[in-house]
Design a protein around this ligand. Structure first.
Ligand code: HMG
Ligand code: MG
Length: 323
């Protein structure tokens, strides 16, 4: 890819919605994803295969996957839909749906050229306290849990992303997270076969200097920028500062959420991801390409905010629509 191209992973339908208290109708979630497809975005996090008692809002993920396999929204680009899986059971549930859909939609002898692919994300964390709160296990156990997930995914040619949460601050342990611990976990996920690792500032406590220190530590540990994504929550308004630091360092994959939706159920007070509209505006202003139409994205940010009865958290989105 061109060094001017930045790949944006739209996490709105998963990270953006998982913390909403009011149950969101399945139709709204599907409409949300279908609208996002029209913006030029090529990777969309569509849901999580987690127990309902842990994250009730994600209960409709099976139906979403089924719908996207059965009637994928038309688009000019191939779209990758990504689902979080916390354990092998989550992936097994997902694969069961994929098998059932493949059995009913494939015509023998005519290999279909899929316009869509299905990916997964698994997650780990840089602190024991967050690991326990988010996944009910130690860091070590969460990595051991990841191995059979990656193995099963490989047999199905499912691309795997890994997440390392609380990489720049933890709701329980504060901002001083060891960069070498983050590097060690990232390297372990890559070694076990993850295709990419998204290093996450779950709490938004990251600052420019600490982001740079973390990126230097990751590089010193032999981790290539092409294997890295960054996932900034904007709780302290530093996400774009940190993004520019990471861009200068050579990172070209960033996660964001339209309208700045989101938050993590296990990170009290954490606000949304950096807004996709703000990220796109900043990247385009720097001469980078994203393939994303800012105006279309801004309309979706306004629409979903109204649907959820919340304020639109994207400044660039609101300004674009007000012009
Ligand atoms: P647990 O309670 O220890 O699991 O949770 P368990 O293995 O003891 O199972 C408990 C029950 O759940 C059993 O059912 C299992 O069968 C069932 P029962 O016998 O009680 O009837 N079960 C499942 N059901 C459906 N799907 C499954 C599944 N697994 C077990 N996959 C577990 C452990 C890891 C499952 C739980 O802690 C969990 O799901 N955690 C995920 C929490 C979560 O989704 N957090 C938010 C996403 S992460 C995030 O937002 C951060 C990110 O954005 C990056 C960042 O910003 O940092 C990615
Ligand atoms: Mg997140």
């Amino acid at each position: 890819p061109s060094p001017d191209y930045v790949h944006i992973v739209e996490v709105g339908p998963r990270d953006g919605l998982q913390n909403e208290k009011k149950s969101i109708p399945l139709e709204t979630k599907i409409q949300f994803i279908e609208k996002l497809v029209t913006t030029g975005v090529t990777t969309i996090e569509a849901g999580s295969f987690v127990p309902v008692k842990w994250v009730p809002q994600m209960a409709s993920t099976s139906e979403i996957l089924q719908h996207l396999l059965r009637s994928p929204p038309q688009s000019r680009h191939a779209i990758a839909y990504n689902y979080l899986v916390p354990n092998v059971k989550g992936l097994e549930n997902m694969v069961e749906i994929m098998n059932a859909e493949a059995a009913t939609t494939e015509t023998p002898g005519t290999p279909s050229k899929p316009a869509t692919t299905t990916e997964i994300s698994l997650f780990a964390a840089a602190t024991e306290a967050f690991s326990r709160a988010n996944t009910n296990c130690t860091i070590e156990e969460s990595l051991e849990r990841s191995r059979p997930i990656v193995e099963l995914a490989m047999t199905r040619n499912i691309r795997v992303r890994g997440y390392v949460s609380v990489a720049l601050g933890c709701p329980y342990e504060g901002p001083d997270i060891s960069p070498s611990k983050v590097a060690e976990i990232t390297a372990t996920l890559l070694e076990m076969g993850a295709d990419e690792v998204s290093v996450a500032d779950t709490t938004g406590m990251g600052t420019g200097p600490r982001t740079l220190e973390l990126l230097r530590t990751l590089a010193a540990a032999g981790i290539a920028n092409s294997d890295l994504a960054l996932h900034f929550h904007d709780t302290y308004g530093q996400a774009l500062v940190n993004t520019v630091v990471a861009l200068e360092h050579g990172v070209r994959i960033f996660d964001s959420s339209v309208g700045g939706l989101g938050g993590c159920p296990y990170s009290k007070g954490a606000t949304g991801n950096v807004a996709t509209e703000d990220l796109v505006h900043t990247l385009h202003s720097l001469g980078m390409h994203t393939g994303i139409n800012l105006e279309e994205m801004a309309k979706i940010g306004a629409w979903i905010s109204t649907e959820l009865d919340r304020a639109n958290d994207s400044r660039a989105g609101k300004a674009t629509l007000a012009r």
